[in-house]
Design a protein around this ligand. Structure first.
Ligand code: CS2
Ligand code: MN
Length: 358
């Protein structure tokens, strides 16, 4: 595996490339052109400039998270062909710049959903949290307003204010889209982009829905082993692959994470590793990577990735906010650096044990 950190670019991130470079074992970043809206073209020049900036800091762009997919593509509206053409051109430009991994999601309206961005834990750290009761009590249009005060002045991915201003319209777009229709539109999109992915060896890696069940009555299709395997079979090409996000699939305790990883051997192109602490099945908060701080056995998750020969980029997904840091919730420097060190430690121990035949 290649240890990476997500980086939002110098005009949005509070964390610098120089800081990332000093985390032991981190060799690359997962980044994006954060100002682009779904459907925008990413020019070769823009990608090249980003690449030069990252390389000047001694790091490599290991992948893009995300090239966002437009609502026209997700809903299959009349604008979809134009947007797919643009997406193909983005992929071509990325390929020309030697970038071979693209993470994306196919969630309607909201990207990930949380009800708190700064829940205080016993140790004084703050974390992202989700309670179903809070979602049920909320009007989706007020969702953004309810969390806006806790963003530390940053723009949260998938929660861009311009987008949230249109929530009502967005809901209307999905009115006639059920799970099957959304799945069909996803397969259509993948089939259309596979040729350019093959040409440039670009691995598409779908991020699961977070949480792994429908919110606000919207369809959700990437939530379980059965559903992700169905997608792998529907477009049976190695370039149609997976971002394995433990914290997203893991929101549903019925998902056996190590088993899912093993069943996706060869198709996991990117891994997001994080731990969750469950107070009940629908009252969940993010935890430190350390297994005993949360509910997951992080050793088993990393071991499963090791066992399937995972050699793609991995990143500690979200981190807690600690030591007085002010950053985008989930994306501070300190706890993600601790997370990277922890995962690296697990990996080294698993590797040495294996090589010594233990
Ligand atoms: C990420 C997602 O920050 C997060 O929760 O895991 O926003 C992820 O980047 C997108 O869903 C991928 O398109
Ligand atoms: Mn994730």
């Amino acid at each position: 595996m290649k240890m990476t950190l997500r980086w939002y670019g110098s005009s949005h991130d509070t964390v610098t490339l120089e800081q990332i470079r000093q985390i032991p074992g981190v060799t690359g970043v997962i980044t994006t052109l954060y100002d682009k809206q779904p459907g925008d073209l990413w020019t070769r020049e823009e990608i090249h400039a980003l690449r030069k900036e990252v390389e000047a800091a001694g790091l490599k762009i290991e992948g893009i998270e995300s090239v966002n997919v437009s609502d026209a593509i997700k809903t299959g509206s009349s604008e979809r062909e134009k947007d797919i053409e643009t997406y193909i051109e983005c992929l071509r430009n990325l390929g020309e710049e030697d970038i071979h991994l693209v993470c994306y999601n196919f969630m309607p309206v909201f990207d990930w959903t949380r009800t708190e961005l700064a829940r205080k834990r016993a140790d004084g750290s703050t974390v992202l949290a989700y309670t179903q009761a809070a979602v049920d009590a909320l009007d989706p249009e007020k969702m953004f307003a309810s969390i806006a005060d806790d963003t530390n002045g940053t723009v949260m991915p998938g929660w861009e204010p311009e987008r949230m201003a249109k929530v009502k319209e967005l809901f209307a777009l999905y009115q006639d889209i059920d799970n099957e229709k959304l799945f069909e539109n996803l397969v259509y999109f993948l089939e259309r982009i596979m040729p350019v992915c093959r040409e440039y060896d670009i691995r598409m890696a779908i991020h699961p829905d977070d949480p792994a069940w429908p919110v606000f009555g919207l369809p959700r299709i990437i939530t379980s082993k059965e559903k992700i395997l169905r997608l792998m079979e529907a477009v049976d090409d190695v370039h149609n692959g997976v971002t394995f996000c433990s914290g997203s699939y893991g929101t549903n305790l019925e998902n056996d994470l190590p088993d899912m990883i093993r069943s996706l051997k060869g198709r996991i192109h990117f891994a997001h590793v994080r731990n969750l602490k469950f107070h009940s099945p629908d009252n969940i908060e993010e935890a430190a990577q350390l297994s005993s701080d949360g509910t997951f056995d992080m050793y088993e998750i990393v071991k499963a990735l090791y066992d399937i020969g995972f050699d793609g980029p991995i990143r500690p997904d979200h981190g807690r906010m600690i030591w007085g840091e002010k950053a985008m919730p989930g994306y501070g420097l300190y706890d993600r650096a601790l997370g990277a060190a922890y995962i690296n430690g697990l990996w080294e121990a698993i590797d040495k044990a294996k090589k010594r035949g233990i």
